[in-house]
Design a protein around this ligand. Structure first.
Ligand SMILES: [Zn+2]
Length: 173
């Protein structure tokens, strides 16, 4: 985080210095001032949890992953169906880096639960439809298959019990 602050300070001061005539003393003063202000903002500012570690999520993981939406732990943006694209576009992060940064368990999907379920369901339905279509096409192409009833009967044959009957009384002569 310190590196980020320094970088931020450098970019603020340099863009300021680009438009203003500044002596090196002015520059150093400005750097100190900007850095101190940023530091203060970082420690006292918008970070919700007191004593939160630098780079801590802006909300709890539990809050970030809801059934109908997921939220970004970096910028706090809400309402995503899935984070993958936002992470790449807004933060230049791969899902794996994001998980690592916030200790997100692999079991936690980066996609809203309802959304992934809807997608899975849709995929299943698509598969089902495709399979039905295939089956229908196959049936149409072939002659009627061998009588089904026989096959099913054979399959349904009860298996012989594995355990021998214990102490079955032998018929005495
Ligand atoms: Zn974000």
């Amino acid at each position: 985080m310190t590196a980020t602050l320094v970088e931020l300070t450098a970019s603020i001061v340099s863009s300021h210095a680009a438009g203003t005539e500044m002596s090196s003393d002015d520059l150093i003063q400005e750097i100190n001032k900007v850095y101190a202000t940023l530091k203060k903002l970082e420690t006292e500012g918008a970070i919700p949890e007191a004593g939160a570690a630098p780079g801590a999520p802006v909300m709890t993981i539990k809050k970030a992953f809801q059934n109908d939406q997921v939220c970004c732990l970096i910028c706090g943006k809400t309402g995503f169906k899935t984070l993958t694209r936002h992470l790449k576009q807004a933060h230049g992060l791969k899902p794996g880096q994001y998980r690592k940064q916030f200790n997100i368990p692999a079991s936690q999907s980066l996609t809203a639960k309802n959304y992934s379920e809807a997608r899975r369901k849709a995929a299943n339905e698509n598969n089902l439809a495709a399979n039905l279509e295939k089956a229908r096409a196959a049936r149409a192409a072939k002659k009627p298959a061998a009588p089904k009833a026989q096959k099913e009967k054979a399959a349904a044959k009860p298996k012989a019990p594995k355990v021998a009957k214990a102490r079955a009384p032998k018929a005495k002569a």
